[in-house]
Write a protein that binds this ligand. Structure first.
Ligand SMILES: [Zn+2]
Length: 431
């Protein structure tokens, strides 16, 4: 026998003697993430020095190492010093409809939808609700995502945004979306700062009634307080922008709370309307630049384009709208309204992935605590959307999670310190 081989046998013998038996065979598909602080998205206090057990892509158990040692048959992943949060849920995005700064059906392909879901995933956004403009390509992807093989963001869709000049015309679009197997119905009740015609109340009422009769819920784009109240009166299910024309009042708060309607603020949507009037600070952020297309940045830095935005009345109005939206967010949250995190990212220059982290920062700037912002993007978002298998790191949920190098409760900007992202327990590949 060669001396090295003898040495190996000797070492194994010593190891067996030390452990009191041969080490058990690792079980396929069983992992234990050990040593991180875990914020599970349920609202429970963070678990320090945690053991997070994942089996076949789903959470099997979560506890502190002192109470719950990692299973001996699990492959261990050392995440000491890191913080794990559930994957972020964007309750208002748009997927596949833009390429560069071009938006429209000509760029809508399955490949484009998929590549944007991969982009969201790399940024830790593991579920996105695409609220309008969605084709069968997205529905096909949605129908293929309930698998432990998944490593891109999950998508749910609203299909075509419902429009129509008459109740019958609009309800026909609802029926088409139902037939296409959309998850949500999306309407817009807005005159775009007085420049367009708002959907009349009798039409949205007909849309809501038809959607409910077919078992779908309705998400409404809006701007004005009065419309928010009337939409709730007519039983809308989800409000997907901030009220921006005036301060929210007790009547709206009561209506939202008593009807258990969630509101999605989309503060970055406002930002995108005016921020390119000059070169934004985030054009220097490596976390942004790692995914940004330099050709798009060049277009956004074009002085003529910047001047157009500086001189645009609507852009400047949306700048004020951001202030109003931020104050309203704080007031709604303080008064018990459930806030569902969302950005309206996806249209040109609303950068998917990066804008979600900016949104969290803006929510905290508006006065929410970091844990409130994270809850709105995880457990709360899942509840608002009735997504039962994501949003928290609780037993039975998909292991959709983000491993961070720094604590987001100490500084919300630490959500940008992404070490790795997992979807159904699979590490999301880099670009
Ligand atoms: Zn939108």
């Amino acid at each position: 026998m060669r001396p090295t081989r003898l040495l190996i046998i000797l070492s194994i013998t010593i190891l067996i003697a030390q452990c009191g038996g041969p080490p058990p065979e690792p079980e396929a598909g069983l992992y234990a993430y050990v040593g991180a602080t875990v914020i599970d998205g349920t609202g429970n206090p963070p678990v320090e020095d945690a053991v997070l057990v994942v089996r076949d892509g789903r959470i099997e158990a979560l506890g502190s190492r002192a109470d719950m040692p990692p299973p001996r048959t699990a492959a261990q992943v050392d995440v000491t010093g890191k913080t794990i949060i559930p994957g972020l849920i964007n309750t208002h995005g748009h997927v596949g409809q833009t390429r560069g700064l071009v938006s429209g059906p000509e760029v809508y392909t399955k490949e484009n939808v998929l590549s944007q879901l991969q982009l969201y995933a790399r940024y830790g956004v593991t579920t996105v609700i695409s609220l309008g403009g969605d084709g069968p390509e997205a529905i096909e992807l949605r129908d293929a995502q309930d698998t432990a093989m998944l490593d891109r963001a999950r998508i749910y869709v609203a299909g075509a945004v419902v429009e129509g000049a008459t109740p019958a015309g609009a309800t026909k679009v609802v029926d088409e979306n139902v037939a296409a197997k959309a998850d949500w119905i999306k309407i817009r009740v807005d005159d775009n700062l007085g420049s367009g015609r708002k959907m009349p109340a009798n039409i949205y009422q007909a849309v809501i009634q038809r959607a409910h009769a077919k078992g779908l819920r309705v998400a409404a784009h809006l701007y004005y307080l009065a419309d928010a109240k009337d939409l709730i009166e007519k039983e809308v299910d989800f409000i997907v922008h901030s009220v921006r024309d005036q301060a929210v009042d007790q009547e709206l708060i009561d209506a939202l709370v008593s009807n258990e309607i969630c509101l999605c603020p989309t503060l970055t949507r406002e930002v995108s309307a005016f921020v390119y009037e000059s070169e934004p600070d985030f054009f220097k952020d490596p976390f942004f630049l790692k995914e940004a297309d330099p050709a798009v940045l060049e277009q956004l830095k074009d002085p003529a384009r910047q001047k157009g935005i500086q001189e645009s009345k609507s852009a400047q109005q949306y700048k004020e709208a951001l202030e109003m939206a931020s104050a309203n967010l704080k007031k709604l949250a303080d008064n018990g309204v459930t806030i569902a995190f969302g950005t309206d990212s996806g249209p040109p220059a609303r950068f998917q992935g990066y804008f979600e982290h900016m949104e969290l920062e803006l929510m905290v700037k508006a006065g929410l605590t970091p844990i409130q912002a994270i809850m709105s993007a995880t457990g709360q978002a899942a509840d608002c959307l009735s997504l039962h298998r994501v949003g928290t790191l609780a037993q039975g949920k998909w292991a959709d999670m983000v491993v961070l190098n720094a604590d987001p409760l100490a500084d919300i900007k630490n959500t940008r310190t992404i070490d790795s992202v997992y979807i159904a327990g699979n590490k999301v590949p880099g670009k």
